[in-house]
Design a protein around this ligand. Structure first.
Ligand code: ZN
Length: 305
């Protein structure tokens, strides 16, 4: 078992070859294990969700503004159903898979993530950049293996040629999880492109490399020949952030009629959070209090007029 204090989940941002490319290297073992234990995912679903969470963390790290967020939706025709993950620039990430217990046969030694996700479908990336409209990019799935699908997204939707290596090693629990994404910067030289392409083979077993060398060691093992400059290293973690207060605000936004209806038909309300697997219960009395608060707000607004 890993020592949490020695090897916490972190994400490293790097510049390569004097700025001709950039890289994101992440060790995500704990956040993937947290997702596994929260959702009781099967081995292959753990790998599928873990890969998506890990790459969503990287997309989150690419955002600039504090309030921004990115939602990744993987919608394949396999038994897993939909995988949905949300990442933020503060390093928090959360996600779920609609059929966490779904499992498929191994392909040789490997967990067959492509078969679980499905080979047909879409990968959708929604970035809430706090503008009027969110940015939405969508690509068809390449293989459902997730790494290739994200590479396709970066290359065709964001026009940034990218090399993506992501992996999750699962035994009874998550043994290792992580990813390396390398992106060419505009105007990268032919020599730089060649150097990256030539080393693609060594990046493939990223979860094994991270298990052995961890973050700094992996950077040294895999990237030294690409003259890496570490820009920063930030902590990443599985965090939901849903609170009773936020659920109250959501319920109040439904309006008086809807809440009265809940009191009449269900004598209260139950609100489930799919990200952290919790249920918030509201009694009829508590809903009546929320209605009173809605009315109070309306009065303040009409007073102000
Ligand atoms: Zn939650």
């Amino acid at each position: 078992m890993q020592n949490d204090m020695l090897y916490p989940d972190r994400l490293m941002r790097l510049s390569l070859m004097g700025g001709e490319a950039r890289a994101f290297l992440i060790e995500s073992t704990h956040l993937t294990e947290r997702a596994r234990s929260l959702h009781s995912t099967s081995k292959t679903a753990t790998a599928a969700l873990g890969r998506t969470l890990t790459l969503t963390s990287i997309l989150g790290a690419m955002l600039k503004g504090e309030d921004e967020s990115v939602t990744v939706r993987l919608d394949g025709d396999g038994p897993a159903g939909v995988i949905l993950c949300v990442g933020k620039p503060d390093g928090s990430v959360k996600g779920f898979v609609s059929h966490p217990g779904a499992e498929v046969a191994r392909r040789g030694e490997k967990l067959d993530v492509g078969a679980l996700v499905g080979h047909n479908g879409t990968l959708t990336v929604i970035k809430d950049l706090r503008l009027k409209e969110p940015y939405i990019g969508q690509v068809p799935l390449v293989s459902g293996e997730i790494g290739e699908d994200f590479a396709m997204y970066f290359t065709s939707s964001e026009q940034t040629p990218s090399l993506v290596s992501v992996g999750v090693l699962v035994a009874d629990r998550v043994v290792s999880s992580g990813a390396l994404v390398i992106q060419l910067m505009p105007g990268a030289s032919e020599a730089a492109i060649q150097s990256i392409e030539n080393s693609a083979g060594m990046f493939m077993d990223i979860s094994k490399t991270l298990l052995e060398y961890h973050l700094e060691g992996t950077c040294e093992q895999l990237l030294t020949h690409l003259e890496p400059e570490i820009l920063d290293t930030v902590p990443v973690a599985y965090r939901c952030g849903c609170t009773r207060q936020k659920v109250e605000t959501m319920l109040m936004s439904l309006g008086e009629n809807e809440l009265n209806d809940m009191i009449k038909t269900q004598n209260g309300a139950e609100v489930d959070c799919h990200f952290c697997n919790t249920r918030q219960r509201f009694t009829a009395e508590e809903l009546k209090n929320l209605i009173a608060r809605i009315k109070e707000k309306q009065n303040t607004i009409s007073d102000a007029k």
